[in-house]
Structure formats: structure tokens, C-alpha cells
Design a protein around this ligand. Structure first.
Ligand code: IVH
Length: 654
């Protein structure tokens, strides 16, 4: 068998193993064997770039090429469902359906209502071609590149499937991925996601498909649309979809009577807590498609379905105190401390009050009975004061937000457009100093993993360290020393992230590092120049500009530099960014083997060129793939514009 046949065979095998693992939950090989197959395929694909296929299982890892999300119209509008919290309304729905169908027998397909974000997937000839978010229901974002990295979404389908169809479902972040992500974010002192839905949606909109690939998103599919789909029953069609390779919930159920519906609701109201993903209710659908058509739609929703939403769990307890936490960046968060109470299976005694405005909105007093809730959120929140049990006549003064830092006593500040109140004493306020050092050593920054919170605290308390640079000028145990030494090879962009300039996250740091290439250029950059950097707005630019003009920060940077940290891009990073295409305007046309069109656009910009969509006398050359548009070809020939093949172009950059 030659390499190319082997590639095809490996792809088929891996697709099947993915299906066994993610959809059927019954893998037939070990993770190790799976990884081996994947590595073999990766190696072969690297050797044969002409065999590139966006739907290859290897593409699940995504690429870091920044993507834009074009807005596209939905082929069929994405409607939402009528919602209710009331069982009476569920009964009405059942009765109304029966009446509208003139007493014909009908069945209801009962499903869980998954709490994520809805997605529409389009397949052609058994292959995923497009994935679009719901958007406003009429048009959404084309997020195909990101969706391809989600392992439960099949890229290539099993068996004979209709030539063309659409399937809709929900993209979710399972609880365990959500908790892992928030743990990592807490470690890096990044803002936490409030619930798995926000985390899933933030992830899916990420410009970097590699991030999506790592976050462990999942998907359940629940609605097939298309002209040639076999079967008249929704339930039956879902079973068919499962055989094609889709992750269809095993918990969907056909109900013959209203009692069956009640049983389903009662069962899942408690058992949903055991599911690996968040659900917020039950969806009831008339099973027969013929009956669905007969029932039709209102202006907004189908008449053949309804969503019953579960009440979020609530509890009432007594407020004892509001404390204020100072974070790494100096942001002050009010926290309600309450008498412990059982909520959704865990004892709760603290709830976040988010910020000054949210806290003041409640007008809290010590001794108030507060109603707390844990909806999709993992951190409980205060919903309101329970006025029935609170003695509002005899309470003392309302709790006020503090005016001075609870740690260092500095007067707090607040920027007019921001919700957060912060302590501006970033150089001397202990949690800010410690937080900065913790951030500096964290995994995504310098990754000095042997130095943790406790060690930092004890070094600081013993007066051994005052800032991150001190770590490089002190004595460590041999093993710790090794990881400190290793950190000197961490690339510039991560060093830039590590020093903890306010608002400069990983993405901004990367963008700044790439543009300015070293710290000296960055230090000299004007506000105008900073503002012209990819992804850098007023807030980040101001923060960078002021940071680099502060004496203490300059000293810190100099000491780190002296210690041998990377304050410039390395050789390889420099070559992927050149001026080879300076002053050239390039038109891309056709289909390419090695990179996508978007990737080529990015490559052109990274090498100094400009992209243009139309051929004119200003065009320097056309980067032409297969099937270049005939109109462009004709115009190019007429104007005598050079046509450059994909290979020639790649050679130009080398
Ligand atoms: S069916 C026309 N089934 O809930 C019917 N939706 O407002 C299309 N959802 O936008 C939707 N689980 O995002 C359906 N099993 C399920 C669902 C479900 C969650 C979401 C979906 C939809 C919203 C309903």
C-alpha cells in the first residue's frame, strides 16, 4: 500500500474510532493505540501536503491562524421554542395539540433541553461543509474552523446519507472541562466564566482554533432538516442520525400519554444533576412530521413544540457580613458571608456580589434574609432580599462599599466606564505583589511550576523576594533552580504576558510581541502606533504606554533582562514575519492545498503584503490555486499581471 492509500485508510479508521468513543461511548482500542494511529497519520500528511483535507481527523487540533467569522444567512431561519416554567402550561400545550389535531392520536418526543449555544451544521455528500451559530435566527457567524475541532461532531459520516442536509444541536462545555478551565483561569488570575454556557460561547467565538480544540467542547444534535431524510417520526430520524455518526442523546423518549410526559419531567428534574453537561429544562416535540406540518408555526415559534424550564434551585439564609477581596490586578470584589445552607447538594456560605453597583443595588443589611440561587452558575449568587422573613423595620445601617483598600489602606479608584473598583497601589499592596509573582510563574506565563503560592508567600514573608525579578537573584534548591533556569528560554510574547501589564492577556501580548519584536521597540512605541496594533484598543494601549514609563517597571524589566530572559522574538519567530512582500498588493483566487485562503491572507499580511479582492492595474500578482475564477484570469491576462502558483509563492517566502 502506498502512502496515499495509507492516509485514506488511517483517516477512515480514526473516524470510526472517534465515533465509537464519542458517540457510542464504547471505544474498541486504547487511548494509546488511538494516539499512535493519529501520529502515523500526522507524519504521513506532513510528508504529503498535497493530501491536505480540512476534514481529516488530524485537523481537530485546529490552527492558530486568526480567523474572522463571516456572517452568513441561514438556509432556514433558526426559530426558538415557546418557553414555560409552568406545568399547567405544559398541560395546555398537550390539550391544544390534541384539539388542533382533531383528536387524532399523537406521540410526544421528550428530550432534555441542553444549556449551551445552538449550532447549525451543513453536510454535503457526507462531509461537514459549514457550521453557523444561531446569531439573530436569520443570520449567524460561520464558525466552521472552530467546530471542526469538536470531537463529537463528525467530519465525515457513516453509510449512505442524503446528498445534502442540515442538522441542528447544542454546543456545550461539560462540567468537568468547565471546572478545569476555571481552575486554570483562577491560577492565571483571569476572569472566571460564570457558567458552562458562557464558557462554551466564549470558546466557540475564539479566534484561535487551537484554544477551542483544547477546551473539550461537546455537542448534542436534536433536529434534522432536509428534503431526503428517511422516516416520518422525529424520534426515528434521530436514531438514524446517530447511526450516521451524530451524538444524539440516549435520553430522548417517546411518550404516548400526558402521564408519560409527567414521568419524564419528574425523573429528570432530579436526575439531571448527574449528567455530565448542563441542562435547563425539557423539550417536548410532536413526533410525527406530518402532524408537525399540520400544526405549523406562529410568527416566532413552531406550534408543535414547547420547552419546559426547570426552576433554578434557591435557598434562603442570613447575611452575616460583606467582606472585600483584593485580586492580583487590585480589583476589589464584595463577597457576601452567610449562615451555611444546603443548595443543590453542597453547603454554601459565600456568594459573590460581583461589584460595587451590583452590591449597592441590593441595599443589604447585616441580618437580612437573602435568597440565593445556583442556576447554571457554579458560584452562587444573591437573587434578592426575602422581604417576608426579613425584619425591615428594625435593621441598622445599610452595608456600604468600602472607600479604602482593606489591605493597604490606599483610597480606592474607579474608572468611569468600568464596573470595577480597584486599589491603585499596585507596587506595594500585598495581594497585588503576591498575585503578580504568582501570575509570573504560572503555567501560561513563565511556567516555573515548582514555585507555587505557598513558597511565594513564605519567600515574601521572610523578606527574600519583593518582585518576580528577585526569583532570578536568589538561591534555590537544585530542582527549583532548574525550572527557574528553564524559564529563561520562554519566548518573548509569554514574558510580556508574565510581567502582568494590566489588561494585557495572552493574545494582546502575542500581538504586541509580533509587531514590535523586542522590548526596546515596544518601549518607544507611540500611542498612535500601539493603537494600530491588531487587537489593541484604547484601554490596553494606555495601560502599556503608562506601564513602560514607570520607573519601577523599567527597573523590573531591566533586572529580568539582565538575568537572561527573552525580551525579543527568537530567530524562527522572526522569519515567519518578513518584509518580503512589502509594498505588494496581492489577489488570492482558487482553491489551495497547503493552507486555507484565510491562512494565506494572514501570511501575506505577516510578510508585509496587502490583500485585495479585485484584480486591477495596482495588483502586483495573483496567488492562484486550482480552479481560479475565469473572470479574474481573463482580466489578469489582459492587464499582464503575473500569476503565481501556490508552490512558487511558498518558495518566495523561504
Ligand atoms: S429543538 C424548532 N431540542 O433551546 C425547534 N432545542 O428555545 C428547534 N435546545 O434554540 C429547537 N435542547 O438552542 C431543541 N433537545 C432540544 C434542545 C433545544 C436545547 C435549545 C436550542 C433552542 C432553544 C429553544
Amino acid at each position: 500500500m502506498d502512502d496515499k492509500q495509507l492516509i485514506i485508510q488511517l483517516r477512515e479508521q480514526l473516524h470510526t474510532h472517534n465515533y465509537n468513543y464519542y458517540v457510542l461511548n464504547s471505544p474498541t482500542i486504547s487511548d494509546h493505540e488511538f494516539d499512535d494511529l493519529m501520529h502515523r497519520l500526522e507524519d504521513l500528511e506532513q510528508k504529503h501536503p498535497d493530501m491536505y483535507d480540512a476534514n481529516s481527523p488530524t485537523q481537530r487540533v485546529g490552527s492558530d491562524i486568526s480567523q474572522e467569522f463571516p456572517t452568513v444567512r441561514h438556509t432556514r431561519p433558526m426559530l426558538s421554542l415557546a418557553n414555560t416554567y409552568s406545568l399547567d402550561e405544559v398541560r395546555d400545550f398537550y390539550q391544544r395539540t390534541s384539539n388542533s389535531l382533531n383528536g387524532q392520536p399523537f406521540r410526544i418526543c421528550a428530550e432534555l433541553k441542553y444549556d449551551g449555544l445552538s449550532i447549525s451544521l451543513h453536510y454535503q455528500k457526507g462531509r461537514l461543509i459549514r457550521a453557523v451559530t444561531r446569531g439573530d435566527g436569520l443570520q449567524g457567524d460561520d464558525v466552521t474552523g472552530n467546530v471542526r475541532t469538536i470531537r463529537t461532531i463528525p467530519l465525515v459520516l457513516n453509510g449512505s446519507v442524503p446528498d445534502e442536509f442540515e442538522i441542528r444541536g447544542e454546543i456545550l462545555m461539560p462540567w468537568n472541562s468547565f471546572e478545569r478551565l476555571n481552575r486554570e483561569r483562577a491560577e492565571a488570575e483571569e476572569e472566571l466564566f460564570a457558567n458552562p454556557r458562557n464558557a462554551a460561547s466564549g470558546t466557540l467565538k475564539s479566534k484561535d482554533a487551537r484554544i477551542v480544540s483544547h477546551r473539550g467542547l461537546d455537542a448534542y444534535l436534536y433536529y434534522l432538516l432536509g428534503d431526503d431524510i428517511p422516516g416520518d417520526g422525529h424520534y426515528q430520524r434521530m436514531q438514524t442520525a446517530r447511526r450516521w455518526g451524530f451524538n444524539v442523546s440516549n435520553d430522548i423518549k417517546l411518550c404516548d400519554t400526558l402521564q408519560d410526559v409527567w414521568d419524564y419531567i419528574t425523573y429528570w428534574d432530579t436526575h439531571r444533576k448527574e449528567l455530565p453537561v448542563a441542562t435547563d429544562g425539557i423539550v417536548l416535540k410532536v413526533d410525527s412530521l406530518a402532524q408537525q406540518r399540520a400544526l405549523g408555526m406562529t410568527a416566532k415559534n413552531p406550534r408543535w413544540a414547547i420547552a419546559y424550564k426547570f426552576q433554578a434551585e434557591q435557598a434562603v439564609t442570613t447575611l452575616r457580613e460583606v467582606t472585600f477581596q483584593v485580586g492580583r490586578t487590585g480589583v476589589v470584589t464584595p463577597v457576601a458571608n452567610m449562615d451555611p445552607v444546603l443548595l443543590s447538594g453542597t453547603m454554601v456560605h459565600r456568594a459573590t456580589l460581583h461589584n460595587q453597583d451590583v452590591m449597592q443595588g441590593f441595599d443589604l443589611h447585616v441580618g437580612d434574609k437573602v435568597r440565593i440561587e445556583k442556576g447554571g452558575e457554579i458560584i452562587p449568587k444573591i437573587v434578592d432580599i426575602d422581604h417576608e422573613t426579613t425584619d425591615t423595620q428594625h435593621r441598622g445601617d445599610g452595608i456600604r462599599f468600602i472607600t479604602h483598600c482593606p489591605v493597604c489602606g490606599t483610597p480606592l479608584q474607579r474608572n468611569p466606564e468600568e464596573a470595577s473598583t480597584f486599589c491603585p497601589n499596585d507596587q506595594e499592596c500585598t495581594p497585588q505583589i503576591l498575585g503578580k509573582i504568582e501570575h509570573f510563574v504560572s503555567r501560561k506565563a513563565m511556567n516555573i511550576n515548582l514555585i507555587g503560592t505557598e513558597l511565594i508567600n513564605s519567600y515574601f514573608n521572610d523578606g527574600i523576594i519583593h518582585d518576580a525579578a528577585d526569583l532570578y537573584y536568589m538561591h534555590h534548591d537544585a530542582k527549583v533552580q532548574q525550572s527557574v533556569e528553564a524559564s529563561k528560554q520562554v519566548p518573548f510574547e509569554r514574558v510580556l504576558f508574565a510581567i502582568g501589564i494590566r489588561f494585557v492577556g495572552e493574545i494582546a501580548a502575542k500581538s504586541l510581541a509580533r509587531k514590535y519584536q523586542n522590548i526596546d521597540n515596544l518601549s518607544q512605541a507611540s500611542m498612535e502606533s500601539l493603537l494600530e496594533t491588531d487587537g489593541i484598543g484604547q484601554v490596553i494601549a494606555t495601560s502599556v504606554y503608562t506601564y513602560l514609563r514607570n520607573e519601577r517597571n523599567i527597573t523590573l524589566i531591566n533586572r529580568l533582562r539582565q538575568a537572561g530572559l527573552q525580551f525579543q522574538l527568537n530567530e524562527t519567530q522572526l522569519v515567519s514575519h518578513s518584509t518580503v512582500l512589502d509594498g505588494q498588493t496581492i489577489v488570492i483566487s482558487g482553491v489551495f492545498a497547503h493552507h486555507s485562503r484565510d491562512e494565506y491572507k494572514h501570511i501575506i499580511e505577516q510578510n508585509g503584503g496587502k490583500n485585495s479582492s479585485s484584480v486591477s492595474a495596482m495588483t502586483s500578482f495573483i496567488l492562484a490555486g486550482d480552479n481560479m475564477g475565469p473572470a479574474k484570469l481573463e482580466k489578469a491576462t489582459r492587464l499582464g499581471i503575473r500569476i503565481v502558483s501556490e508552490q512558487e509563492f511558498l518558495d518566495m517566502l523561504r
